[in-house]
Design a protein around this ligand. Sequence first.
Ligand SMILES: CC(C)(COP(=O)(O)OP(=O)(O)OC[C@H]1O[C@@H](n2cnc3c(N)ncnc32)[C@H](O)[C@@H]1OP(=O)(O)O)[C@@H](O)C(=O)NCCC(=O)NCCSC(=O)C[C@H](O)C(=O)O
Ligand SMILES: [Mg+2]
Length: 285
Amino acid sequence: MDQRARPFRSVLYIPGSKERALEKAQTLPTDAIIFDLEDAVAVEEKVNARALLAQVLAAADYGRRARIVRINGFDTEWGRDDVAAFVGADIDAILIPKVSSYADLEAVAQAIPDVPLWAMMETALGMLNAAEIARHPRLAGMVMGTNDLAKELGSRFRPDRLAMQAGLGLCLLAARAHGLTIVDGVFNAFKDDAGLKVECDQGRDMGFDGKTLIHPAQLDIANAAFAPSEAEIDLARRQIAAFDAAQAEGLGVAVVDGKIVENLHIVTARQTLAKAEAIAAMTAI
Ligand SMILES: CC(C)(COP(=O)(O)OP(=O)(O)OC[C@H]1O[C@@H](n2cnc3c(N)ncnc32)[C@H](O)[C@@H]1OP(=O)(O)O)[C@@H](O)C(=O)NCCC(=O)NCCSC(=O)C[C@H](O)C(=O)O
Ligand SMILES: [Mg+2]
């Protein structure tokens, strides 16, 4: 599947220590899973969680869901052993927490060959270095860590996420400049569906591919928010048809619903249809 079309609408964190949740995720409608060894796992559980996760990933069937392992940082006592436990494992990426520089990625790249790397973008320095981080040749994706970022900034939670906007924007620009996937941060109030929808819609409007989630109850809202709507699919089809017709007449511009359609809009229209097809294939599991 074309990586740009691969859906990452919903990216569910599961603590690597929670056996029941690891099992349950095999049937949940999530596009990707982050198997977490970092902040969701207590210090006393770190070593057991790593062993459990390695065992589960060797045996369980997660279907088409992308499998991403979040390790502990290399500046902790667990980071290097976490990476060593997943060398050669059937996973889609290693997610590195608190990436602040290109060198942070390079250290992990040296320790594990071949596997794509993803970066948690959640430090003030990481925001300032986003462009440099995004150009690492092994990097395939970025995940916003808005809790850690808020902690570093000393900012308050607001529904409009005003304090986050600079960091979210810098990371989006960096990811898009280098063709990376990028998913938005978590919404902590996992029983507040209305609040989650507002934040998903904001992330979708900004250009994120999807949202990281902490509870299965959040999946449907994120999946709907980040999928092309029926109206968007219909518009994309009509734009392509109108543009083809215009070109057949030797014209470079068509008009659909009173708005111009040029070559660049056709690129977006085709991406919309490819995303819709990829989602349909995903949900046909
Ligand atoms: C938030 C939770 C602690 C809530 O747990 P709990 O009260 O046990 O939930 P429920 O009883 O409602 O669970 C119902 C069933 O769903 C399963 N479940 C729950 N959570 C998950 C999950 N994340 N993935 C898969 N399945 C899950 C339960 O097992 C129940 O199943 P069943 O037995 O069949 O009824 C809990 O949801 C949780 O631990 N969530 C994950 C928290 C986490 O991973 N946090 C770290 C990532 S966030 C972060 O670090 C962001 C970033 O770094 C930043 O800085 O912002
Ligand atoms: Mg974090």
